[in-house]
Design a protein around this ligand. Structure first.
Ligand SMILES: *[C@@H]1O[C@H](CO)[C@@H](O)[C@H](O)[C@H]1NC(C)=O
Ligand SMILES: *[C@@H]1O[C@H](CO)[C@@H](O)[C@H](O)[C@H]1NC(C)=O
Ligand SMILES: *[C@@H]1O[C@H](CO)[C@@H](O)[C@H](O)[C@H]1NC(C)=O
Ligand SMILES: *[C@@H]1O[C@H](CO)[C@@H](O)[C@H](O)[C@H]1NC(C)=O
Ligand SMILES: *[C@@H]1O[C@H](CO)[C@@H](O)[C@H](O)[C@H]1NC(C)=O
Length: 423
């Protein structure tokens, strides 16, 4: 057995060894891996390039890039200190016995690849490469506009989100909402610029851009876009033609849609009358009659518009509800009416009052005293007694007895008689 085994031994053993070594070396190269911890890196932070290796590590070396040329760190555990660090990295890198390296104080220029090479029992030193991306903490972007005073239906404006960073994502917002869909708006491929063509008033508003990267996001201050327009629909209130009485006052108001507010120029018959929105005419005379024109000029849009109104001064003889002339006319009319009534009453009295006059004279002669006395008692009794006395002369003949009991009570009659007697 021993012999046989010994005879066949070397070849078998060599075969087994080759297979085993081959398998083992494959295992070695498969077992090294490097991952950055954490995965997303902000500038100023640290990263551990963490090496996983199952075998024993004698020494290891870290290089910048994908090749083994620019050495960062040589780690020899038996040395004291174990790390040899290349000048640019002094103070920023540390090695660990398990092959890992920590880089602190990261900047965006540290982004890129790093390669580690291990000295192990293997004749072929296992190497591995890892990539890192260091993102900056984004500062506040700012919006600039290609045109500060765009005019409606004429201009296009481009807003640029100003940022020095290399950014994955830029988003635009209007009034804190995502950008409204509008076929006049277009974004550049990187979203850095927003172009609004042929602006309209609806495009006015506050715009913000937001920059986003894996470690931060930041939103600009609002940029207020104002789209200027007008003057449109220039009108004068009140609308013409206007007729005003002499000596009255008239205010003409020039209204229009415009941003910014326009400059106004009022002209009358070719002469400038004012530069306010309202033109006040006082104490209107015939010389104020004519065509009043308001011209509105927008200095930003460089556009102007005008409206005219014709004003006529009217004589006071034309009646109008509340003028002094009308009141005077009414007063005169009333006076005339009163005079006419008075005259007709007078005529009436002159005509049909002859008999009554003689009656009165008779009464005065006969019953002047009783009449004055009768005014003192209550008015209700007056007619009875009065007519009683007066009628006595004229009506006694018709109703000598019947009238007295019906109209007045016995007591009244007595007092009457008493009074009469008294006088
Ligand atoms: C290597 O060592 C460092 C420091 O002790 C540790 O944080 C890291 O997790 C280790 N890596 C692995 C893969 O064990
Ligand atoms: C701009 O828009 C207005 C109405 O939205 C349109 O009438 C005008 O023709 C447009 N102008 C240009 C230059 O596209
Ligand atoms: C551009 O903005 C749109 C939304 O408006 C967004 O969906 C897209 O991801 C952005 N692209 C970039 C490169 O920022
Ligand atoms: C207005 O101008 C016309 C012609 O220039 C002139 O005949 C008229 O008298 C002027 N009216 C007034 C009120 O100045
Ligand atoms: C008033 O003036 C305007 C502008 O000059 C003109 O168009 C209009 O015909 C004039 N109206 C009258 C009644 O004169």
């Amino acid at each position: 057995m021993e012999f046989m085994f010994g005879c066949r031994g070397p070849a078998v053993w060599r075969f087994i060894l080759i297979v085993f070594l081959g398998f083992w070396s494959q295992q070695i190269s498969a077992q090294i891996s490097v991952v950055p911890i954490p995965k997303t890196l902000a500038e100023g932070s640290s990263v551990l390039l963490s090496v996983s290796f199952t075998g024993r590590i004698f020494t290891f070396t870290w290089y910048r890039g994908e090749t083994t040329q620019n050495r960062i760190l040589l780690y020899v555990p038996s040395d004291d200190p174990p790390e040899k660090v290349s000048p640019p990295y002094v103070g920023r890198v540390r090695g660990f016995p398990n092959g890992s390296m920590e880089i602190s104080g990261l900047t965006t220029s540290d982004s890129g690849s790093y390669t580690v090479q291990l000295q192990t029992e293997s004749s072929q030193p296992p190497t591995a490469t890892v990539n890192i991306t260091v993102s900056e903490i984004l500062g506040k972007p700012s919006i600039t506009a290609s045109l500060s005073q765009p005019v409606e239906h004429r201009d296009s404006v481009t807003l640029t989100c100003g940022t020095s960073s290399t950014i994955q994502t830029i988003l635009w917002h209007k009034e804190r909402q995502s950008l409204p869909s509008n076929d006049r708006m277009s974004l550049s491929p990187d979203n850095r610029t927003l172009t609004i063509s042929n602006v309209s008033i609806a495009d006015s508003g506050s715009y913000r851009c937001e920059v986003i990267n894996p470690v931060s996001r930041s939103t600009s201050d609002p940029y207020t876009l104002t789209v200027y327009y007008g003057p449109k629909n220039v009108e004068i209130n009140p609308k013409g033609p206007i007729t005003k009485p002499l000596k009255s006052q008239l205010t003409l108001d020039c209204v229009t849609e415009s941003d910014p507010d326009p400059n106004y120029t009022w002209t009358f018959n070719g002469t400038i009358k004012g530069h306010e929105r309202k033109l006040v005419l006082t104490d209107i005379s015939f010389r104020d009659q004519g065509n009043y024109t308001c011209e509105a000029y927008n200095p930003v849009t460089n556009l102007s518009g005008s409206a005219s109104v014709y004003v006529t001064a009217s004589d006071t003889s034309v009646p109008s509800v509340l003028t002094p002339g009308a009141i005077a006319g009414i007063v005169i009319g009333i006076l005339v009416l009163v005079a006419l009534i008075a005259a007709s009453i007078y005529l009436f009295l002159m005509k049909g009052g002859g008999k009554s006059n003689s009656n009165e004279i008779d009464m005065k002669e006969n019953t002047s005293n009783p009449r004055t006395d009768h005014r003192n008692p209550s008015p209700g009794r007056n007619p009875a007694s009065q007519t009683g006395e007066e009628v006595n002369y004229s009506e006694v003949n018709f109703k000598p007895n019947a009238q007295k009991p019906r109209q007045a009570k016995p007591q009244d009659n007595k007092t009457e008689y008493a009074e009469i007697r008294r006088t």
